[in-house]
Design a protein around this ligand. Structure first.
Ligand code: SF4
Length: 416
């Protein structure tokens, strides 16, 4: 058994510390437990009366395994006054691994483990707390219980098709995307269009024939080329085609889903949301509790590129996910590297779309940083998490929207 041990945390721009909001314990997630978690919790001697279980089991089935039981309102049975009773009585290490891990995600890459973070956690989205590197000691303890035994031996997924690179080469490709994303001489929308172009240019068999300095020089050249093209891009807004518009709205509907654990599927409501997203006429349906009242037409208006403050939030989110390299392979429905990059870039227009609704509800003509943070919490709750994004219809929809021309159109349409 070989467990990779070298932890790589995102650069210091991303912070996190738990603010005890209790959001992650209130039924948005199934708290899947390992056999060790079950044994440990059972040995803690919780009684039916302690947890007010009313004769119901403490663990319920979840696929082939088990999850912690939830109360009728969706809250975990151990949540009391926004605090975890296991944590309070036995300390943090006594909690299920899934709880200790959230909002972090460990991404094994050969001998390294990169740390990603989820933005459906309000503290992450708002960048509250200490730099993530300060959590290194705690994260190191989770490497062994959280990763599969063969994590260090997992082969690198293809760059695209059957084109394979080494982990080190994929890291260099990632650094190239980061360089383009962080080019502050360009506004954020131009930087994203440059990344879209970079992903398209790299889909070329030549890359597989290069090694060492030649490989690095090739990446330097293509990065310089897409950056100089973006610098003179007029960002002409062209409406997405009818089918692209429909597919985009339906994808936004999927990303907005907020099913609570144990909640009975409200089919009528889902169907009416789906039909409204399909038609794209009149009022945008209530996609979440307290979702702003806004019409579809308002969502299509020109806003200008995000302000520097709003852009900083988008940059932080994209940079963290890029640098963690958790956007492809086993961490992202088994997709190859460039499909994973494109799916990540597609979250840019999605985030801008949701942020427009929050901006309009506050009488703003364009989203500010707070609107972007709220939109991030929606989009990142599903990205790479919901199994729905992996069904054939959604794969087809994502492929259609991540075609170079469609993706560029969406990035400019909703990002300006
Ligand atoms: S076990 Fe504790 S930390 Fe985990 S979901 Fe329940 S209350 Fe939250």
């Amino acid at each position: 058994m070989k467990i990779p041990l070298k932890l790589i945390t995102p650069p210091g721009f991303q912070h996190y510390d738990c603010t005890s909001c209790g959001d992650c314990c209130r039924g948005r997630f199934a708290i899947v437990v390992t056999q060790e978690d079950r044994d440990r919790i059972e040995s803690q001697g919780w009684t039916d009366e302690d947890l007010d279980l009313d004769g119901k089991p403490l663990f319920t089935r979840h696929g082939d395994g088990f999850q912690l039981a939830h109360r009728p309102d969706g809250a975990c049975v151990f949540l009391e006054n926004n605090l975890c009773r296991i944590h309070a009585k036995y300390g943090e290490p006594a909690k299920p691994v899934a709880c200790r891990m959230y909002p972090f995600v460990l991404v094994p890459l050969g001998d390294d483990v990169r740390v990603d973070v989820r933005y459906d956690c309000p503290a992450t989205a708002k960048n509250l707390g200490r730099p993530i590197a300060d959590h290194r000691k705690d994260l190191q303890k989770l490497v062994k219980p959280a990763l599969p035994e063969n994590a260090a031996e997992l082969p690198p997924p293809p760059l695209y098709g059957r084109v394979k690179l080494t982990w080190a080469q994929l890291s260099r490709v990632t650094e190239t995307f980061e360089r383009v994303l962080l080019d502050v001489s360009l506004d954020i929308t131009r930087r994203i269009t440059a990344c879209v172009n970079l992903a398209a240019v790299l889909r070329h068999p030549r890359i597989a024939t290069l090694e060492g300095e030649e490989f690095d020089e090739y990446l330097e050249d293509v990065a310089a080329e897409v950056q100089s093209t973006a610098a003179i891009d007029t960002l002409r807004r062209k409406s997405p085609s009818g089918p692209e518009h429909v597919a985009f709205r339906q994808l936004a509907g999927l990303y907005s889903r907020y099913d609570r654990v144990g909640e009975k599927a409200h089919l009528t409501k889902r169907l009416s949301v789906s039909l409204a997203m399909l038609s794209g006429k009149g009022a945008v349906p209530q996609l979440r509790d307290n979702f702003p009242e806004i019409t579809f037409d308002q969502m299509e208006t020109e806003t200008g590129v995000p302000t520097p403050e709003a852009a900083q939030v988008l940059e932080r989110y994209l940079h963290t996910h890029l640098s963690s390299m958790g956007f492809f392979g086993p961490s992202f429905y088994g997709r190859n590297y460039l499909d994973g990059v494109n799916s990540l870039l597609l979250t840019y227009p999605l985030i801008c779309w949701f942020a427009r609704a929050y901006a309009a509800s506050e009488g703003l003509t364009a989203p500010n940083a707070s609107c972007i943070e709220r939109a991030l919490m929606i989009v990142d709750h599903q990205h790479g998490v919901t199994p729905l994004l992996d069904i054939p219809t959604e794969r087809f929809r994502t492929n259609m929207l991540t075609d170079r021309s469609a993706l560029r159109t969406l990035v400019i349409w909703y990002g300006s």
